[in-house]
Design a protein around this ligand. Structure first.
Ligand code: HQG
Length: 184
């Protein structure tokens, strides 16, 4: 039988799709979706949503103050404004990707693709995990300090993900294969 945590992870993935990528629903301009819609049309209970919001490993979701609406804090492909805070980034940020994308990125820069922003991590460990979703992971070190000094905007989501529109290849300081020595 499926464990409770495995079940919650599966339901969390469904929620992720429904809050970030579902083009069939008309979202509020700030990315909010009605809880009543998730209950009536997608088989969620309020209790289950509360549990996912509270236990989600990356704190991906949040309720509106009156709990009638829910949204993802980042990661959307749908056009919404989740009221991200512009902020000065740390000097160095990391982008985890797959080795097979590396040459293309070194030519074209890091592009946001279908999402609204390029996602950057504060640690090499986190970036390795992001990259591993796509294949053999590679970590690109991003000179966020120089980007910021050159007027490029950064945003920090409420769950700690750094976001920016595009990373030109000139800001990629070095690219290393994710290896045990890099992790240490
Ligand atoms: C790559 C997860 C070729 C880019 C994660 C990435 C993250 C290029 C892929 C969040 C390219 C897009 C986002 C270029 C970029 N040539 N490939 N010029 N520019 N790429 O999934 O950053 O768990 O849209 O490197 O933790 O992997 O869902 O982006 O490999 O924070 O909350 O194109 O998703 O968060 O893939 O992941 P994605 P991502 P959650």
């Amino acid at each position: 039988m499926e464990s409770l945590s495995a079940h919650l992870i599966k339901r969390g993935k469904k929620l992720s799709y429904l809050l970030r990528h579902d083009k069939s629903y008309t979202f509020d301009e700030h990315g909010w979706r009605e809880v009543s819609d998730l209950v009536a049309n997608h088989g969620f209970t309020m209790e289950e949503l509360c549990e996912i919001v509270a236990t989600n490993n990356k704190k991906r979701y949040e309720f509106s103050e009156n709990m009638t609406h829910i949204r993802a804090r980042q990661g959307h492909s749908i056009q919404v404004d989740v009221e991200l805070a512009e902020a000065t980034p740390p000097d160095m940020l990391y982008h985890g990707t797959a080795k097979s994308f590396e040459d293309s990125i070194m030519n074209q820069g890091v592009q946001k693709g279908k999402r609204l922003y390029v996602h950057l991590s504060t640690t090499i460990e986190a970036a390795i995990k992001v990259g591993a979703r796509h294949g053999e992971p590679v970590v690109l070190c991003i000179d966020a300090k120089r980007m910021s000094e050159n007027g490029i905007k950064f945003f920090l989501s409420r769950n700690g993900v750094w976001l920016t529109e595009f990373v030109d290849a000139k800001y990629i300081k070095l690219s290393k294969k994710a290896s045990p020595d890099l992790k240490s």
